[in-house]
Ligand binder design. Structure first.
Ligand code: NCD
Length: 309
């Protein structure tokens, strides 16, 4: 595979199938070793900076956990309000500044393509931890790692992606990676929240089979896996549109009872109401295991970016 050493991680389409397999292999080795050792000194002396211009729980903390488990250090911009961004500093100036202190930058920002802009402005690797309604490539990698662990394979899968496919950066990145493994895809959303035409057309051009529907039951019954997502309230220019579509696709106990087969359920979290807590004890509910896998994937990515794997 192409080495990740010194590379930026910006988009789900930057990986080959071999890259994804190599990253998952490293993640799996870390997962096993971590159970025995608890921590490593592989990245001793290296510093990671987290720059989050939007809320985050899992992505920021799992990157920080991954770096610290590898023996590296972490610095973090507390909040937009407490930084010079509040004084009007540009993203380029902020990331250039941080690149004077840290060896790698993890960035989350509300603007699409912001991670590319930051990467172009700085000499240190930039990892896109979510750029608006754009991409979230490290989430896509932890998602396929979870799928391969839960289902035992990435071959010949049928996957339903459900919810806000228009604004959801997790699904935008995930379909890129799933397309490498030739998954058949159901896109399940209300009409207002359909997958952007550009993404769908591009996948179809690659020969990926896509079925668009509003019927989650039909899609789930035909799928190995259902990937639920939150309706991204913060991306709506018109909140009355949000009110119209929120709560339209929900998995609860009743839904599970009507299903014809056992399925695996993932969700990048946070959830609002799209998966009822009753579902958490369903054996196929894999979202908390998915959250844990984020640490192993991010350990793998950091070790590889520093040329240590
Ligand atoms: C997602 C995100 O921020 O894009 N969360 C995550 O990183 N796990 C999903 C969301 O906000 O709905």
């Amino acid at each position: 595979m192409a080495s990740l050493k010194g590379k930026d991680i910006l988009h789900g389409n930057q990986f080959s199938k071999k890259d994804v397999e190599a990253i998952m292999k490293v993640a799996s080795a870390f997962e096993k070793e971590l159970k025995k050792k608890g921590s490593f000194s592989l990245l001793k002396g290296k510093l990671l900076a987290t720059l989050f211009f939007e809320p985050s729980t899992r992505t920021r903390l799992s990157f920080e956990a991954a770096m610290q488990r590898l023996g590296g250090g972490v610095i973090s911009m507390g909040s937009v309000e407490s930084s010079s961004v509040a004084k009007g500093e540009t993203l380029v100036d902020t990331t250039r500044t941080v690149s004077q202190y840290a060896d790698v930058i993890v960035l989350r920002h509300p603007r699409t393509w912001s991670a590319r802009e930051a990467a172009d402005a700085t000499p240190v690797p930039v990892i896109n931890a979510g750029d608006g309604a754009g991409q979230h490539p490290t989430q896509a990698l932890l998602d396929v790692y979870t799928i391969s662990k839960e289902l035992g394979t990435l071959k010949n899968l049928t996957v339903s992606l459900v919810g806000d496919l228009k604004h959801g950066r997790t699904v935008h990145a995930l379909v890129e990676v799933l397309s490498l493994f030739r998954a058949k895809l159901y896109f399940v959303s209300p009409g207002l929240l359909r997958m952007p035409e550009e993404i769908t057309a591009n996948l179809k051009e690659k020969g990926i089979k896509i079925i668009e529907t509003e019927d989650m039951m039909e899609a789930a019954n035909a799928s190995d896996l259902v990937y639920m997502t939150r309706v991204q309230k913060e991306r709506f220019a018109d909140l009355s549109e949000y009110e119209r579509v929120k709560g339209s696709l929900i998995i609860d106990g009743g839904f599970l009872k009507s299903l014809k087969k056992k399925i695996t359920i993932l969700h990048p979290f946070p959830r609002v109401d799209e998966i009822h807590p009753d579902v958490d004890t369903y054996p196929g509910a894999a979202y908390f295991r998915q959250i844990r896998n984020g640490v192993f994937i991010r350990m793998a990515l950091l070790a590889m970016i520093f040329g240590k794997r």
